[in-house]
Design a protein around this ligand. Structure first.
Ligand SMILES: O=P(O)(O)O[C@H]1O[C@H](CO)[C@@H](O)[C@H]1O
Length: 197
């Protein structure tokens, strides 16, 4: 089963609604989920077009209580308090890294931490500096809620992000992240790492 895009919290959907497709997949018998996402690169070693295999996340909306699991727990899917310490399956990540090595594209594929913000405004310089200090390598506005719901119902998760733009972490610049740039970095010639995907 394959999704063409997703809906986001900032589009006005409550977090649980953004993750309904994951539960539908579970109900029809899907056991493993592969999630892809566009992100801004916080890690200064990342370039536009690179891929980051997600090894962990920081759930910023979760810090303030905005979780897809809010409300009465549906025990048919999973427990009230699901663990998240091994959210991104180690074996699947290792298999992906083996493919990357076989293909000799290690330079443009990284492993890092994804931070989810609510959006839709892009981040200020001060916010991006804070996120970097917190240990995040890439920033986006999706993915985490899907992962939380997938793990809640026992699915294995592999997730990766395309670095569509570099985060602006310098106050002495007039640059602005533009959504059109994110879209153009999705299209055109496929980057070297596409065959690995
Ligand atoms: O995470 P996906 O849906 O790939 O989209 C990313 O790109 C959009 C911003 O350009 C945000 O929605 C962000 O989350």
């Amino acid at each position: 089963m394959c999704m063409k895009g997703r809906v986001h919290r900032y589009e006005g959907y409550p977090m649980w609604k953004t993750t309904v497709p994951i539960r539908v997949m579970r109900l029809v018998g899907v056991s493993d989920v592969i999630i892809s996402t566009a992100t801004g690169g916080l890690n200064r070693g990342y370039k536009i077009g690179d891929v980051m295999i997600i090894k962990d996340h920081i759930n910023m909306p979760g810090f303030s209580g905005d979780s897809p699991l809010i409300g009465k727990n549906d025990e048919r899917f999973g427990p009230r308090f699901p663990g998240m310490s091994n959210a991104y399956d180690k074996q699947l990540r290792q298999e992906a890294k083996n493919v990357v090595k076989e293909m000799g594209i290690e330079e443009s594929v990284h492993e890092g931490v994804y931070v989810m913000l609510g959006g839709p405004s892009y981040e200020t310089v001060a916010e991006l500096r804070l996120l970097r200090l917190l240990g995040a390598d890439a920033v986006g506005m999706s993915t985490v809620a899907e992962v939380v719901v997938a793990r809640h119902c026992g699915m294995r998760v592999f997730a990766f992000s395309l670095i569509t733009n570099k985060c602006i972490m310098d106050w002495d610049t007039d640059d602005e992240p533009l959504h059109t740039e994110m879209l153009s970095s999705h299209s055109g010639e496929p980057p070297d790492q596409m065959p690995a995907v």
